[in-house]
Design a protein around this ligand. Sequence first.
Ligand SMILES: C[S@@+](CC[C@H](N)C(=O)[O-])C[C@H]1O[C@@H](n2cnc3c(N)ncnc32)[C@H](O)[C@@H]1O
Length: 226
Amino acid sequence: MADEKYIPRLYGRQQDKPLKPRQARLMETLLPRIAVPVDGPIDPAALFPQAEEIHLEVGFGGGEHLAWQAAHQPKAGFIGAEPFVNGVGKLLGLIDDEDLDNVRVHHGDARPLLEALPDACLARIYVLHPDPWPKKRHHKRRMISPWFFHEATRLLKSGGELRVASDIRDYIRWTLMHAQNADAFEWTAERAADWKDRPEDWPQTRYEAKSLREGRTPSYLVFRRK
Ligand SMILES: C[S@@+](CC[C@H](N)C(=O)[O-])C[C@H]1O[C@@H](n2cnc3c(N)ncnc32)[C@H](O)[C@@H]1O
């Protein structure tokens, strides 16, 4: 996939305000215990010896969706990747509050993490409200890409799910176009409600709440790995 390789550079903010003291403390104490190192191949069974399946969230923002999923599926293991330090701090707070023992965190770019995971190790991938990069010259920065679908094809088990949400119509079109070119995936929607209504096991994210307040309408795409 050399020709489709992502640009190995992160765009967008990685910190806004200073961390709250508790979050700063959790970065020092909790994060080292649950961090996923991306300095070589990752063995998911070593990360989650008891888990029946493993899910990955790319760009978890404040972590509310990831923490909710982890609390509602205690038999699954969850890996979250997020470069934004304030988001990582928020997720650590939720993990600590709810005593979650099935979450591992990569504080950084999700893309090398994806490449370090072995084939067919995931049951689900979530990409919720990825940065839209609306300008055409910035489309190469979008997370959803031929490279991403190549990795998702490799990483998801047969029958696994890729969930993508966006409130940007062009990003939804873009995702559907790339999914159509990815033979291993089928879009599960059969009627408009399947992509217009958020499923019950898919809690609202912080970004989505803001988007609704501002009058935008999210869409929810679910693709199945054939
Ligand atoms: C618009 S926000 C959405 C956050 C969250 N998913 C939500 O719905 O509230 C996009 C997120 O993707 C993260 N992000 C951007 N590039 C990323 C990358 N290469 N790997 C992982 N996360 C990334 C950003 O830091 C940001 O938190």
